[in-house]
Design a protein around this ligand. Structure first.
Ligand code: GLA
Length: 501
């Protein structure tokens, strides 16, 4: 009876085209110009007419949850848990000889991505075994970032098109443009700098960065500091190598190169850890950095999940992202920036809320909007990490980024983050106490038409008009009358004042 059933199932399978078998581990390789080979793995098991297994692509590791079709025309859906969300990927595939042709779209309206996978040894590309996170303890403060870090990062403008020559040119431009003198110090390399590990597990830079130590020496010779990027997961967000299981070793390597700043991006750690475990995972690198013997600013990048502002300092973090990625658009910048009000209590010298890096000068906003971006970030005591091409700035962008009176607000030694004190439709007033009894007052017009905004001095905690007021964009003192002060603020614009009783 059993033999008969097996025979029947086999015959049916052959009849339905399942004679060819998808079972096995398949790898699709896409080499990139920096020598890094991006690999996607399809570890499939075909049972009768359905397929189970895993898909690993970039930072994501999916379990196949649905399948249909036959080997010469099938679809599979992979699912994974990412914090509170479920992520899915859909592939259409066909077996052609001993090649697996797979196609997918990143979004329903995105172009079709096609890859050809070949058989790979079983186990290659599998997620590494989970290393349990350590017990929580308090990592001591490293004494850095007494004011919000200022510098530059490659991601917003260059994404993966960053290399040694560009970093050197940016360092040169920081000096020649006067940005260094205005306080911008860190030159930070974001993703796509590495090439995996050598036989001893040491992280290697790729052919875009032939000698990281020499590059760090160059940046230091300009009186600047240099930053790097990694992930607590096995991969960074684009699939490059992460520090998983190599935290101490990587921290030692970076220290030996002369690295001064680490941006540590959650990325593929989501495959191995729940959000509840983030603190312990970030603590591990906090400890590793401190054990490295070098002073390294620790920047947490986990998109503001798990109320990071409450535990960022405990893992040795100097700054932590409070949101998802910023885009070079008014909607993105203003939505992020004006949403930071409640986080004010968590900013303090050494420990900063990070609403993401500056888009100033990247072309997606007007100069008025970029002035609002710079003013808002300075009011928020946010890190000022420029993200534009510093070799090619208009005078207006240069003046926005180097406005020292505005930077002085951001860098105020007391480190208080601004709060919203008044809101009337699209018009908002935010204030920030400054050292020496002064106050920064920002009048923001989020509307699409110019509008008058009135400050009632009582809203700002003052009994009467202050004796001194200075307009930090006009670079001139403002003559105030006795009563409330009304000023016209352009659409999407700001008037930023420094006042003193
Ligand atoms: C994440 C981070 C970004 C940038 C990219 C690089 O999205 O939030 O700031 O580092 O990764 O892949």
């Amino acid at each position: 009876m059993n033999t008969l059933r097996i025979l029947l199932v086999t015959l049916l399978a052959i009849g339905s085209g399942f004679a060819a078998d998808l079972t096995g581990n398949w790898v699709a390789e896409s080499p990139s110009h920096d020598g890094y080979v991006r690999k996607s793995y399809f570890d499939l098991k075909q049972e009768d007419s359905h397929v189970t297994g895993h898909i690993r692509t970039g930072q994501f590791y999916y379990t196949i949850s649905e399948s249909s079709g036959t080997p010469d025309d099938f679809t599979i859906t992979g699912s994974m848990q990412d914090g509170k969300n479920t992520r899915q990927v859909h592939y259409q595939g066909k077996l052609v000889g001993d090649e697996l042709h797979m196609s997918t779209r990143r979004r329903p309206d995105a172009p079709l991505l096609e890859v050809v996978a070949h058989r790979a040894p079983q186990g290659e590309g599998a997620m590494p075994a989970r290393i349990d996170p350590p017990a929580l303890h308090k990592v001591p403060y490293n004494g850095l970032a007494k004011t919000p870090p200022m510098g530059w990062n490659s991601w917003n403008k260059f994404a993966g098109r960053i290399d040694d020559a560009t970093v050197r040119a940016v360092a040169d431009a920081l000096v020649s443009s006067g940005m260094k003198d205005a306080g911008y110090t860190y030159v930070n390399i974001d993703y796509t700098w590495d090439a995996g590990r050598d036989a001893q597990g040491n992280i290697q830079s790729n052919n875009k960065f032939p000698d990281m130590k020499a590059l760090a020496d160059y940046v230091h010779s300009k009186g600047l500091k240099i930053g790097i990027y990694s992930s607590p997961g096995p991969n960074t967000c684009a699939g490059y190598e992460g520090s998983y299981g190599h935290e101490q070793q990587d921290a030692r390597t970076w220290a030996a190169w002369g690295i001064d700043y680490l941006k540590y991006d959650w990325c593929s750690a989501r495959n191995l850890y729940t959000d509840d475990e983030m603190q312990a995972v970030y603590q591990k690198m906090g400890d590793a950095l401190q054990a490295s013997g070098r002073s390294i600013v620790y920047s947490l990048c986990q998109y503001g999940r798990q109320e990071v502002w409450k535990w960022g300092p405990d893992v040795g973090g100097n700054l932590w992202r409070t949101t998802g990625d910023i885009g070079d658009r008014w909607e993105s910048m203003s939505k992020i920036g004006f949403n930071q009000d409640e986080l004010a209590p968590y900013a303090a010298p050494g420990h900063w809320n990070d609403p993401d890096m500056l888009e100033i000068g990247n072309g997606g906003m007007s100069d008025i909007e970029y002035r609002t971006h710079m003013s808002l970030w300075s009011m928020l005591a946010a890190p000022l990490i420029a993200g534009n091409d510093l070799r090619d700035m208009t005078p207006a962008i240069h003046d926005i980024l180097t406005n020292r009176e505005v930077i002085a607000i951001d860098q105020d030694s007391e480190g208080h983050q601004a709060k919203r004190v008044a809101k009337n439709g699209d018009q908002e007033i935010w204030t920030r106490p400054l050292s020496g009894g002064a106050q920064a007052v920002a009048l923001f017009n989020r509307g699409t038409a110019d509008a008058p905004i009135t400050i009632k001095w009582s809203d700002v905690g003052m009994k009467s008009a202050p004796k001194k007021a200075r307009d930090l964009w006009a670079h001139s003192d403002v003559k105030l009358g006795k009563g409330d002060y009304t000023v016209s603020v352009p659409a999407h614009g700001v008037v930023l004042l420094r006042v003193r009783k």
